[in-house]
Ligand binder design. Structure first.
Ligand code: ADP
Ligand code: MG
Length: 698
């Protein structure tokens, strides 16, 4: 097999081709046990007839030329040739059309009987490596773009999900008596995945079309573009020990700590003091005796005590030197908050390279540059470059490739979100999103993880690590940069369709990550996971002060895979006892405008008596919201979640904050509330399924 590969690839190389012709591709595919219409080469009409007689009519003829990539576009494909004269004519026609091109000959192949057409392709993504595309052929892919992607290698689950994801799934499953062999299709996908993983020389591949039959399938056309192997990822460096020092330091030096309010170096040091960091602090400032009342050191080398971590907040031009001094001092974790590096251009990139070199040679690790600090409320480390007021200890972990999440934005969201750790990663020249994700996956204070990302540096490693974590903890990612950017030149059909965003989408799915549309969505999901338990079942009781919003909630439930709980006789009987006669005992419960807190509390308590009801959506009026908080606190929810919808909540922020801090997440619309509840429910299902799978005998 390998010899065959090498021969074909070498031949292409010698001829200066980075493209394998159909007959070469098919030879390779056949070697992998993939069935194709094969392709024997004929150099003359007589030879074409001879081959045709051997194969048996009807046959297809196709131009074979290293210069022709899209054969039928130019008249290079002749189908359904039924006899010798047909074959002769077809050969001559093709030879005529392509007389000005370098032609190897014509490929003669069996006519595949019609089947359901699909396309399978592979392209290489700069971050994630090989990506496989699957979809129905023809207009489905060309016009409707009904395609789906996965990062290779494919697991059984990936394959299963891919087939189910396309709109055309119904055609695959069979309609009006036609069926296709799904097992054979899955097998083919697996084989393509294996082939590409084993052959790094394959840059892009198109099998287009593949015909699917009730039994088996056949590859009708194939092309492969050889590619330079995208430099494989650097080996992962173990980062746990360094990250312990990042998140749980006992001593921190702050280089550039300032005594002048208004400077970022003032903010950082102020935050550490204000939040009562319990370890030792060492401000380093060449011109100051003390910084904010703490004795200062002119240089890092002047500090005699050992140091767990150092923060660098000096102008970019001095950063490298400051970093080297930290390395010399034996510090193993440095947070570089200075800006002015890769984000400013090539010179900045070069400095980052220098930083990495130094780090490597001294065995030091660093975060940033251009980050805005690390926060761990459970260790009272707050090193943000923006002034951060009081934070509540919480269970949310946030990883952000943007400083605003630890400065700026944090000022507001801290009222309704309780963080354990906020880690801004800046330009991630060393420590990247995957390192921190892995750490937060293990940190017991972190129960839900949010990530804001602009790109993923660590590709496949990110997926593998995230997949392990999402089996236990929810991970929600907001990825910006959905528009096409930084795309490498592509040749194949697949690569032209494999947009950056689709690839990220695939990667997130494979990793079990929930993808957020925007910050509001990400935070809304995080608040739910952070404050409320996972619903144990799909039945929901919706209580509303208005019918219309109750109906909206009900509609949203079915979209999210949940449903309105049925009220049994017992529940109805108890409800009737507490409700006025003009209110029906229904779900959604429409309590009209004179709904009150006591009534809703009692309704929930009655609901908790029914096994049918697993969670609650309560739709309240902003103007009376405060009266409910006290009542809700009295309820023993027995592990069942309640989410609130409060239209116009923006105008009652202080009550919203009270409600949130009492542990009940608040959303503006019923759809948002239900979406968050459904995300929790579906996460719970996934966990249950995994536990079930793990318990099955292997
Ligand atoms: P290209 O994609 O380079 O234009 P193809 O080899 O895919 O050329 O041929 C164009 C179309 O002709 C295919 O999409 C398929 O519908 C049909 N076709 C090609 N070869 C065969 C074959 N051996 N049997 C049946 N149909 C074929
Ligand atoms: Mg084709």
């Amino acid at each position: 097999m390998y010899k065959q590969w090498n021969d074909i690839i070498n031949r292409a190389g010698n001829e200066g081709r980075s493209y394998l012709m159909e007959h070469e591709c098919k030879e390779l595919l056949a070697g992998e046990g993939i069935s194709t219409t094969s392709a024997a080469v004929a150099r003359s009409p007589a030879e074409a007839v001879e081959i045709s007689e051997k194969i048996g009519y009807p046959v297809a003829l196709k131009v074979l030329s290293p210069e022709v990539i899209h054969k039928s576009d130019q008249g290079g494909v002749k189908l359904d040739l039924k006899d010798a004269s047909g074959v002769e004519n077809a050969f001559n026609e093709i030879a005529g059309i392509f007389s000005h091109k370098k032609m190897i000959g014509v490929s003669v192949q069996e006519m595949a009987p019609p089947g359901l057409e699909v396309i399978i392709g592979v392209s290489r993504d700069p971050a994630f490596g090989p990506v496989l595309m699957f979809g129905l052929g023809g207009v489905f892919v060309e016009v409707l773009k009904d395609i789906t992607f996965r990062i290779l290698p494919l697991t059984e689950t990936d394959i299963e999900e891919m087939l189910g994801e396309i709109q055309g799934y119904k055609l695959l499953k069979g309609y009006r008596g036609t069926t296709v062999d799904l097992d054979a299709l899955k097998n083919l996908l697996k084989k393509v995945s294996n082939l590409v993983m084993e052959q790094p020389a394959i840059g892009e591949l198109d099998l287009n079309p593949v015909f699917l039959y009730p039994r088996g399938n056949i590859v009708v056309d194939a092309r492969i573009f050889l590619g330079e192997e995208i430099s494989s990822l650097p080996a992962r460096v173990e980062s746990k020990a360094a990250l312990n020092k990042l998140f749980y330091p006992e001593s921190i030096a702050v280089i550039g700590a300032s005594d002048k309010p208004g400077k970022l170096g003032w903010n950082i040091f102020h935050n550490l003091l204000y939040h009562r960091f319990s370890g030792k602090l060492y401000p380093v400032n060449i011109g100051a005796e003390t910084v904010q009342g703490v004795p200062a050191y002119p240089k890092i080398a002047d500090i005699e005590d050992p140091l767990d971590a150092a923060i660098i907040m000096v102008p970019a031009a001095y950063t490298l030197q400051a970093f080297e001094e930290c390395c010399r001092k034996g510090i193993k974790m440095v947070i570089i908050e200075s800006a002015g590096f890769a984000e400013t251009g090539e010179d900045g990139k070069a400095v980052e390279k220098e930083l990495r070199k130094l780090a490597e040679s001294y065995g030091c690790r660093f975060v940033g540059p251009n980050c805005s600090g690390i926060i761990n409320t459970h260790h009272r480390v707050v090193q943000s470059i923006g002034i951060v007021e009081d934070l509540r200890q919480g269970n949310i972990g946030l990883i952000a490739q943007a400083g605003v999440y630890a400065a700026g934005m944090l000022w507001g969201i801290r009222h309704t979100m309780d963080f354990a750790i906020v880690a801004t990663i800046g330009n991630k020249a060393d420590i990247n999103e995957t390192d921190i994700l892995e750490y937060l996956g293990e940190d017991e204070n972190v129960e839900v993880i949010c990530m804001y990302l602009e790109d993923v540096k660590s590709g496949r490693q990110f997926i593998d690590i995230a997949r392990k974590i999402t089996a236990r903890k929810p991970v929600i990612v907001l990825k910006s940069g959905r528009t096409e950017a930084g795309k490498i030149a592509v040749s194949s059909h697949t690569a032209s369709l494999a947009g950056n965003d689709q690839v990220y989408d695939a990667a997130f799915r494979q990793a079990g990550i929930m993808r957020a549309r925007n910050n509001d969505h990400m935070f809304g999901l995080a608040r739910a996971f952070s404050k409320q338990p996972i619903p144990p079942g799909d039945g929901v009781l919706v209580i509303s002060y208005t019918g219309s919003l109750g109906v909206a909630a009900a509609d949203a439930l079915s979209l999210g895979g949940m449903r309105l709980a049925e009220l049994d006789e017992e529940t109805r009987k108890h409800l009737r006892e507490i409700l006025p006669p003009y209110v029906g005992c229904n779900n959604p419960a429409d309590y009209t405008f004179d709904m009150n807190a006591d009534q809703v509390r009692r309704t929930i308590e009655i609901g908790l008596g029914s096994r049918e009801i697993s969670s609650f959506i309560v739709i309240l009026q902003a103007e009376t919201m405060d009266t409910y908080i006290k009542e809700f606190k009295k309820i023993d929810f027995k592990g069942r979640p309640m989410l609130c919808c409060i239209p116009c909540k923006e105008f009652a922020m202080s009550e919203v904050i009270d409600m949130e801090q009492a542990g009940f997440p608040v959303y503006s619309t019923p759809e948002d509330a239900v979406e968050a509840l459904a995300a929790m429910y579906n996460f719970g299902l996934k966990i249950k399924k995994q536990v079930g799978d793990d318990e099955k005998p292997h």
